[in-house]
Each structure stands twice: as C-alpha cells, then as structure tokens.
Design a protein around this ligand. Structure first.
Ligand code: ACO
Length: 331
C-alpha cells in the first residue's frame, strides 16, 4: 500500500507510581540479594502501584503529559490503543476505560495483548491508520501493573517487575516535518506461548479455589529459554529494519530496547555492533515494566535532551507470545 500521509511522534509522556521498592526491600520479600539482582539483571529499584490505583490510572497520567507535549487538544484524539497484558479487567479494554477517564468518546479504542512488545505492535497499527488517512492523532500507551500478579513464591520472577506507563501521540506529519515513523517490523512465534504465561483467570482456566491455591493467576516464566529467544528475535527485527531501509548501524543515533535484563541489552548491542554510548538504558530505576519500558525510556531520553529532533532511533522489544517487534523513527 502506498501511504497517503506520513506519521510522526508528536508528543510523549510517562508516569510511574510514587512507591519505590529497591533490591534491599526485595530481600525482605523473597530469598534474594541486591548483588544477585544487580549482577544478573541490572535492576536496582522499581515502582509499585498504590492500592487505590489501577493500570488505567497509570495510562491517564502518562497520556495527559503526552497530550500536553504534543500541543494538540485531548478532543483532537481520534483513536486510543493501549498495549497491556495487565489491564484493569479481562474486558472491557483498558483503552475504553482510559477514553472515559479522558472525557472522550466516539472513536475506536482497543487493547493489544503482545506482552512486552505491546507498545511496538500498537505503534505499528497507529502508523498505518495515520498513513492511510483514517486517523490524525492516535494516543498509543504501553502500560503495565504486573506487580499485582507476581508469584511471590518464585524468586526467579518476583524481583523482575515494576509498574508504569508510557504514552505517545502519533500524528499526521506535514510536509515541513523532519520527524517520521519510518518503518516497523512485527513477528511472533506462538509455539513458545507457554514460556511466559498467566495460566489461570482466562476462559481456559477460570478462577477456582484450586487455581488460587496453586498461584496460577500469577506470572509463570521460563526465564532462561526466553533469554536466548530475546536476543535472537530482537536482532532479527533490527536487522530487517536496517536492511529494508538501506541503513548501516553506524547511522543509528540511539538503540532503545525493551528493558528486561541488562545482559540481554548488552548482548544485542554487541551483536548489532553498535557503539555502547548509543544504547539507552534505564532498567536500574524501573526494572521490567513490560509494554511500558520503551515509551518510558523514550520520553525520559527526549526530556533529558539525549534524543533530539532529527535523530534516528531504532527500537526493539520481545515478550509473551512469544512476540517481537522493531520500530525505526526519525524523531
Ligand atoms: N535471587 C537469588 N537467586 C536467584 C534468583 C533471585 N531472585 N532467581 C533465581 N536465582 C537462582 C536460581 O535458583 C539458580 O540457582 P541454582 O544455580 O542454584 O539452581 C540461579 O540463580 C540461576 O538461575 P537462572 O534462572 O539460570 O538465572 P538467569 O541467569 O537465567 O537469570 C532471569 C534469570 C533474570 C529471569 C533471566 O533468565 C532473564 O532475564 N530472562 C529473560 C526474562 C525476560 O526477559 N522475559 C520476557 C519479558 S517479560 C514480559 O513479556 C511480561
């Protein structure tokens, strides 16, 4: 399809809840140490949601900032897409709950369940709706509240997650804009769907006394197997984006990947042969906020004047599904 218009990111925003839980706090909750968490993951602290908050509240706070930054009025938004696997409810979608909180109605709002790749999947959909002329300003949010579904009897997963949201406005660019969403690359390999799963709570295994007793409403993950898949799949989407757009890795200003494990980020950076100084990392502050890691880090990097207008930013993520996705933008 030949695009009628060009899509760009016109605003970003982020929100993390106030409560900070550091690795020493974690030592009191599970059989772990600050040293293990730091050396095996790169994480130092994470934010936990307050009792009276839910995922849509995180979305709302991040969205307000992104709308303000983009210079549009909330009523100019004509679609909302939320990437999440820990929405307020199984249904309705968190996007519809967010639409109400923003005081909006009368346009499509839906969630994307692609694990940590949710925001990139959502950005790819938004790009297409803007390019084909159907939409002008799409609110895309990656938001997660995984700390409410932590399996506290599994130290291998309990220490990894934090809560937060990152929001982005994808708008129609005009002919004078240098900013644009250049390309996206999405994939999935469902043969591995059980490597990262919340086994109960869906229609296959509805809530029962047994499912609660056996902790089946929590995160179950085979971290080791996912680790290998993560590096391979993120490398593959980055490679496709670079080749398809005739770019050498040297021309990339910033590599921004899913913040799940510092060792995964390092391994990908090495495989891509990108200068270490060009790799954006904030995992130490927020841990793995799943679909929110990249939009949070992007917003921070823009506000810190690391990412500047005209920079080429290559993003990549992987997650439950198993999914993977890449996004190439000129900011
Ligand atoms: N504290 C102390 N020791 C621990 C902890 C902990 N929190 N967790 C595990 N260990 C121990 C294990 O018991 C094991 O001990 P043993 O050797 O005596 O048996 C040892 O550490 C090594 O365990 P591994 O699981 O092999 O540790 P690994 O180095 O692989 O790190 C981790 C585990 C951090 C989970 C890593 O595999 C990883 O990051 N995987 C990818 C996770 C991921 O990215 N998931 C997808 C995104 S999430 C999403 O989509 C929602």
């Amino acid at each position: 399809m030949i695009a009628k218009y060009t899509a760009k990111i016109s605003g970003t925003g982020m929100y993390v809840p106030k409560k900070i839980v550091n690795n020493f706090d974690m030592e009191k909750l599970v059989d772990t140490t600050d040293e293990w968490i730091k050396t095996r993951t790169g994480m130092s602290e994470r934010h936990f949601i307050a009792d009276d908050q839910s995922t849509s509240d995180l979305c709302y706070e991040a969205s307000i900032k992104a709308i303000e930054k983009s210079g549009i009025k909330a009523k100019e938004i004509d679609m909302i897409i939320v990437g999440t696997i820990s929405g307020d409810y199984s249904f309705p979608s968190t996007a519809c709950v967010l639409q109400k909180k923003l005081g909006l109605k009368g346009f499509p709002a839906f969630d994307i369940a692609a694990g940590c790749t949710g925001w990139i999947y959502a950005m790819s959909i938004a790009q297409q709706f803007v390019e084909n002329g159907v939409s002008q300003n799409i609110l895309v949010v990656g938001a997660e509240n995984l700390t409410r579904i932590i399996n506290w009897s599994d130290r291998g997963t309990a220490v990894l997650f934090g809560d937060g949201a990152g929001a982005t406005i994808v708008s129609r660019a005009d002919s004078t804009d240098i900013s644009k969403i250049i390309d996206t690359d999405l994939t999935a390999d469902g043969t591995y769907n059980e490597l990262l799963i919340q086994p109960a709570g869906g229609s296959k295994m509805p809530a029962s006394e047994k499912s609660v007793r056996e902790n089946l409403h929590t995160i179950h993950m085979e971290g080791n197997k996912i680790f290998k898949h993560a590096v391979k799949s993120m490398y593959s989407v980055c490679d496709h984006l670079l080749k398809r757009n005739n770019l050498d890795v040297k021309s990339i200003d910033w590599l921004l990947t899913h913040q799940a494990n510092l060792r995964i980020i390092d391994a990908l950076g090495k495989k891509l042969k990108i200068d270490k100084k060009k790799v954006i990392i904030n995992i130490e502050k927020y841990a793995n906020t799943s679909a929110a890691t990249i939009p949070i880090a992007l917003d921070e990097a823009i506000r810190n004047k690391k990412v500047r207008r005209g920079d080429l930013v290559l993003m990549a993520s992987f997650g439950a599904g198993l999914t993977a996705g890449g996004l190439l933008i000129r900011y």
